[in-house]
Structure formats: C-alpha cells, structure tokens
Design a binder for this molecule. Structure first.
Ligand code: SAM
Length: 283
C-alpha cells in the first residue's frame, strides 16, 4: 500500500496531490529511519504523513523531515524529528556489508548503493586504494566485499562523527587489516600516500576537483585510475569537469586517458551528479 492510499479520507483531495511518493529508508528490519521531503503545502500534515509511513513500514521507528539542502564541509542537512524515537542511530545493510550511522550527524545516501557496486567491481587484486571523503566508509566496504584481495584502502574523512562510525564499521565488517582510517582534511592527510596508489576515489561532487593535485600525486608514477564526482547541468554533463582534469594534468605533468563517464543520479532540478574515470601517468 502507498502512503497516499492510506491517507485517503484523512487528507483532502487537494492535499493528497502533494503527498510524497518516495522517501529514503535507512536501517534494518528491526530499526530504521525514514527521511522524507514534506512539501510546504503539507507542512500542517507532516504528522499524519509520518504515521502513515510508520504504519506501512513497521521497521521505521523515526520519521525525519528534510529542512535544508546538504550544506557545509560535512555535506549534511538539517533534519526535523517529526515522529518517533529521537535516537536515530541505525544499522544499515547494503550488498552484504553493515553500516552503522546516524543520518542526523553524517552523510549517507542509500540511493548510491548501485554506484558503489559499479566502482567496486573494477578493483583488481593487490590494488592500493586512496578513498578520499570516505564518510562512514560505504565505498571501502563495497570494494572489500567484491575484492577481498585488495592490498589496502586508505579512507580519509574530516567529520569526526563520520570518522567514529567509520571505525565502528571497520570493526563490524572485520576489516581492520585492510582499511586504514584517517581523520582529517584530504588536503593535508593525503600527502603521506603520495606515489603509492593504484586508484583514487573522490566521492565529493561539491568540489572534488579542487583536490585533483592530491589525487594525481597519490598515484604510482607508472600510473593509476582516478574516479572523480562532479555536479553538472543536464544539457552539458562532462565538459566542465573534463576541461578541469585536462588542465590540471597538464599543469602537473601527467598524461590522461578517459576510461568512462556517466550520469550517477539527479542532484537538483536539471543538475546531475556525474562520475568521470580516467587513467593518469607521469609524463
Ligand atoms: C558526499 S559525502 C560522501 C561520503 C561517503 N563517501 C559516501 O559515499 O557515503 C563527502 C564526505 O567528505 C567529507 N569531506 C568533505 N571535505 C573533506 C576534506 N577536505 N577532507 C576529508 N573529508 C572531507 C564530508 O565530511 C563527507 O563525509
């Protein structure tokens, strides 16, 4: 049953038109949190909407409403507690690995699970990987699930809450011997891993390009692969980021070869999140 159907009789015909048809659920069968965007037209009905969500999804113990866009360096949004348990820490299962997290304190999007799988499947045995902007670690665990023979994954994260959950998740997924967690700014922390990485993953669409120098420098001199995320207008998805990559490569003395470019998910009206993957090696 859809929440719209459940609300028939409670909401007017006019109000029903605005009922959101999709929302994110993060968590497990025992305890999950729903994150919903309540349109301004239904602000006075958010409690009824939350009750309907909890009635249909029995595992949802808390309903949170989006109150802002993602913002700041930690890329989190304001979320209002509409109904339920104020303790919003959950254990989310995704493609065979566990992620403990609190969506009110860290970035996490269950919608990106498929994208993580796509990247993880490319990793070869023995690779040394730099995961910039690691969050609670979903890319690292996706990679480990697909490629347990990876050499190491260095995971750098600046938000102390996300870093706390990254450490928890390393324990939960028994990944102590493979993941090297580092708290801090990629700008300074990546330097310890210059010239030794086979692959660099940059999942920060807002501004990953500003760290391309660090990404190039992490690669082994004989070369490696960089995955960079970016936001782009729907009608011109790749020119800006590819132009930046070429310019940075030239400035830093690298050659590049484009491997793949793709749309990931819509970010905002007419704005897409895209991923560009390329090989780079020293001139
Ligand atoms: C878009 S989120 C992605 C998180 C994670 N990779 C995921 O897919 O769930 C970007 C993350 O980068 C972190 N971050 C932003 N700027 C950073 C920096 N300069 N150094 C390290 N981490 C940073 C944020 O705190 C946030 O957790």
């Amino acid at each position: 049953m859809r929440i719209k159907d459940l609300l028939k009789g409670t909401l007017s015909e006019e109000e029903l038109r605005y009922v959101p048809s999709s929302f994110d659920i993060i968590g497990s069968r025992e305890k999950a949190v729903a994150i919903v965007e309540v349109p301004t037209e239904l602000e006075h009905r958010k409690n009824e909407i939350a009750k309907a969500i909890m009635k249909i999804h029995k595992n949802v113990k808390t309903v949170l409403a989006k109150k802002s866009a993602r913002k700041g360096p930690y890329r989190i949004r304001e979320l209002e507690l509409v109904l339920g348990d104020p303790n919003t820490e959950v254990l989310h299962k995704e493609h065979g690995y566990l992620l403990k997290l609190d969506p009110r304190k860290v970035y996490f999007s269950p919608r990106e699970a498929t994208e993580r799988q796509r990247v993880a499947k490319q990793v070869k045995p023995g690779e040394f990987i730099m995961l910039m902007f690691a969050g609670v670690g979903p890319y690292a665990f996706a990679i480990l699930k697909w490629q347990p023979l990876v050499e190491k994954i260095v995971a750098i994260e600046i938000n102390p809450y996300a870093f706390y959950y990254l450490l928890e998740n390393i324990k939960l997924n028994k990944a102590e011997d493979k993941i090297v967690p580092i708290l801090g700014d990629v700008r300074y922390k990546a330097q310890d891993f210059y010239n030794i990485c086979d692959r660099v993953i940059m999942p920060l669409p807002k501004g990953a390009y500003l760290f391309l120098e660090e990404a190039f420098s992490c690669l082994k001199p004989e070369g490696g692969i960089i995955h960079v995320y970016h936001w782009a207008p729907e009608d011109d998805l790749f020119s800006e980021i590819e132009g930046i990559i070429l310019k940075e490569a030239k400035r830093l003395g690298y050659r590049v070869h484009l491997l793949n470019r793709r749309k990931v998910l819509p970010y905002a009206p007419r704005i897409m999140k895209v991923c560009v993957e390329f090989k780079a090696w020293k001139n």
